[in-house]
Design a binder for this molecule. Structure first.
Ligand code: G3H
Ligand code: 13P
Ligand code: ZN
Length: 332
């Protein structure tokens, strides 16, 4: 058993309480490799932001759970080396799919876990989440539960269509499970294709697809039921069209990729939404930079020469999210 506290990591409890009160959201960025992690830490330090490093099942399969844990420990030291005296870094399991997965992460030093029982019948979701909470809280590890189903297809997270969270269920769920935060479904979804063209309207000036708005009425109803309780939004990438255009210009083929407009995430950040999950935007920034560099310098074969620009581009993206969308800058 390794306690995250000895690794210099923190759980989400205090971080979320401050974020809800202060009207901002903590960035939860997924990482799978060193360049992403470096970019996240550099951005968090430069903006003086707390940050959540998220590890998905896909990431654990790709990079190895143990290695990712040591990388997160390294991230704390790296942040200090970059000049941050007291970094606030959470190592979080994203979309934990079983009690065993959550336990294994808790036992090896994660400071926060998500148990995603959103696809289960309600009572089974309650029972599973409660079991994880009871284990996690013995070690002061915080737990995110989920009610409602997000649409979208990712490696490990998939659903045909979304089902909004039912506001009338949230008090019962939180009370019975004891979870520390709740992920909800209000129209966001995973991946770079969040809406079909039929669900969107077309901007007459630019020809771009304009997605439908999030269900802020559902969010407000949930906030009324659970005043001040930390709410989480998954699937919150905005799918920057500049990156999509760059990818397509240099040989990619992303057709009708569309995300959540940043104004809507800015609005959500000011509410009880205190954790916003972003993965796809980082993938797009990295891919755009790699494709551009390799297209412009076809003789290049040193990975540092194309992963370096990719890292710089991701850092810029993370800083933009922190400062201009979530408002978590200057909070350390
Ligand atoms: O919520 C899903 C994340 O974007 C992780 O996706 O399983 O492909 O790593 P992944
Ligand atoms: P995006 O695919 O919108 O980046 O969402 C990521 C996410 O929710 C990770 O849990
Ligand atoms: Zn997610």
């Amino acid at each position: 058993m390794i306690s995250y506290k000895t690794l210099g990591l923190v759980n989400t409890r205090e971080m979320f309480a401050k974020a809800v009160k202060g009207g901002y959201a903590i960035p939860a960025f997924n990482f799978n490799n060193m360049e992403q992690l470096q970019a996240i830490v550099m951005a968090a330090v430069e903006t003086k932001s707390p940050v959540i490093l998220q590890v998905s099942k896909g990431a654990r399969d790709y990079a190895n759970q143990t290695l990712l844990r040591y990388m997160a420990e390294g991230a704390v030291e790296y942040a200090k080396e970059l000049g941050c005296e007291k970094p606030e870094i959470v190592l979080h399991l994203d979309h934990g799919d079983s009690f065993e997965t959550c336990k294994s992460c808790i036992d090896m030093g994660f400071s926060s876990v998500m148990i995603d029982g959103s696809h289960l019948p309600y009572e089974e979701n309650v029972a599973l989440t409660k079991k994880v909470v009871e284990y996690a809280h013995q070690f002061d590890v915080t737990v995110e539960g989920e009610l409602g189903v997000l649409a979208g297809v990712e490696d490990e997270v998939s659903a045909e269509e979304s089902h909004y969270t039912k506001p009338e269920e949230v008090v019962d769920f939180v009370t019975k499970t004891g979870c520390d935060s709740l992920a909800i479904s209000i129209g966001t979804s995973h991946g770079a294709y969040k809406f079909t063209p039929e669900q969107c309207t077309v901007d007459p000036e630019t020809g771009r697809l304009l997605p439908p708005p999030l269900a802020f009425d559902v969010l407000e109803a949930i906030e009324k039921e659970l005043p001040g309780f930390p709410i989480v939004l998954h699937g919150s990438s905005s799918v920057p069209q500049d990156d999509v255009d760059t990818i397509n210009k240099y040989g990619g083929k992303l057709v009708a990729a569309v995300g959540i407009p940043e104004e809507q995430l800015r609005k959500a950040s000011k509410s009880a939404v205190c954790k916003i999950n972003i993965d796809s935007d980082s993938r797009l920034a990295m891919t755009a930079a790699v494709r551009k560099t390799l297209a412009e310098k076809p003789g290049e074969f040193d990975p540092r020469k194309y992963l370096g620009p990719a890292r710089a581009s991701m850092k810029e993206l993370y800083m933009h999210k922190i400062i201009n969308v979530l408002g978590s800058n200057d909070k350390l």
